[in-house]
Ligand binder design. Sequence first.
Ligand code: DCP
Ligand code: MG
Length: 360
Amino acid sequence: MSRKIIHIDMDAFYASVEQRDFPEYVGKPIVVGGKPEGRGGVVATASYEARKFGIRSAMPSKKALQLCPHVIFVYPRFSAYKEASKKIREIFERYTDLIEPLSLDEAFLDVTENKKGITSAIEIAKQIKLAIKEEVNLTASAGVSSSKFVAKIASDMNKPDGLTFIAPEKIEEFMEKLPVEKFFGVGKVTADKMKGMGIHKGIDLKRMSEEELVHFFGKPGRFYYKIVRGIDNRAVQPHRESKSLGAEDTFAEDLTTLEAMNDELDKIARLVVTRLQKYNLKGRTVTLKIKYHNFRQITRNYSFDKAIGDFETIINTAKELLIKTEPENYKIRLLGISLSNFGEMKEKAVKKNDWQLELF
Ligand code: DCP
Ligand code: MG
């Protein structure tokens, strides 16, 4: 039986929270991020009014000002975004505990079986969107399908306030038409490489054998081979950060090379292992946390069938999770690794702020 997956992604998240809390920003082009003066900040996100001028996330604030001289710059208020994120999560939990957050503003939900016994995932998505509107006063877009990959792409198709359903039998056709840059995990560098090879859409990828794809794109080639055929059996991986143990480090200078990132991961993993040993813990889920130079933060996780706690497994998993994010396309200011899913008995032993312990 196929899964019912919903991907929820908030619309212009930081900017919408600012417009909600400060009515003077409503209907105005605003940028949340660093101011254009001095060393120059970066756009974290822009309101839809500002996007009409071509302003985009990760763009230098100076450029945003050139594109729209009357744009309003707003400094981020992370506590407000976390608060909104928490409320949204509480809404999700009314339907399912199988929730996998990807960042403050997006999450996968598996509603195949859900707490309300609703058979239509589209209906659940509608209800969630409505609750977010009524209770948090923000809009979200939802994608509904039978796989994570397709649900995620679908949520982006009718933004803002969208709800897009891709039926399981339509997935293969949908993937054939999909431009390669929309493939989750394909960053600009890979997309350019593909286009240089005449690969523009899913259907072009489909013409290649698995061996060819691996030859040209490395390990992710295997993933592309499956995904373009609509094969994506990845389960929604719930993980609770407060019930985790880990370590993280903010770097004096942003990391730009994979070598430097792997070196740092190595140090962090060693610390995690030392601390796991201290508590005599093993966990099933390894989570990698990345904060980019513009403060955008993501987490990626992988769960094993059995609890693990050894250095080799942790570092190898963290490195694999890292490589899938195409890290060399970004500047990275923080990396962290944590372990979770310890099992009932051990969870109490781990204090919440243990995660905060930094490297020297
Ligand atoms: N963010 C960031 N830096 C980026 C991208 C995003 O700091 N390069 C932050 C600000 C966003 C939030 O993460 O509000 C969510 O990211 P999204 O990519 O979902 O972008 P938005 O929610 O802002 O817009 P959209 O409506 O396109 O989802
Ligand atoms: Mg969003």
